[in-house]
Design a protein around this ligand. Structure first.
Ligand SMILES: [Zn+2]
Length: 160
């Protein structure tokens, strides 16, 4: 199962993060345009807009990151317990719950031992065992601003 499910809390955080980010971009754009075209309203200081936009942007980043990693809670698998309908066999096995299954539903699946049909004896949730998380060394999120070495290299000597 490669699909990553997010918990509701993480989803809300994600949406919140995106909203914040969009709002911040909006503010920054208004701020910048204020510099060029004059403030859209005398009460609105473009510098202030730009500033609050940047603040919002910085606030939205950790929220987005948290929603991606930090607080994603352990997931639960829903398991269907299949039991052989043959009273003499009563072989049981568990497998992942499939859509539209309910307790006592007769299945087309056959028992491996006696070839009778399985029925669903129980449906329950189990906590998915957390896969060994590589302990990520918490690196300080230093924004490594590379000194832009954009020295325009002299035109290469073209052999003539
Ligand atoms: Zn059986």
């Amino acid at each position: 199962m490669s699909e990553v499910k997010y918990t509701t809390a993480a989803k809300i955080l994600k949406v919140l993060g995106y909203i914040l980010m969009m709002a911040s971009v909006f503010l920054i754009m208004i701020g910048i345009s204020g510099f060029f075209m004059g403030p859209i309203h005398p009460a609105i200081d473009p510098l202030y807009m730009l500033f609050s936009g940047l603040l919002l942007f910085m606030a939205s980043l950790p929220i987005l990151m948290m929603s991606q990693t930090g607080i994603v809670k352990p997931e639960f698998d829903v398991i269907s317990l299949l039991r052989c309908s043959n009273a003499d066999c009563k072989f049981t096995k568990g497998r992942k719950f499939e859509k539209d299954e309910y307790v006592f539903k007769e299945l087309d699946e056959k028992c491996e031992k006696c070839n009778s049909n399985f029925y669903i004896a129980a449906i329950f949730e189990v906590e998915r065992k957390p896969s060994k998380k590589k302990e990520e060394k918490t690196m300080n999120m230093k924004e490594v601003e590379k000194d832009s070495k954009q020295e325009e290299s002299p035109a290469p000597k073209t052999p003539s």
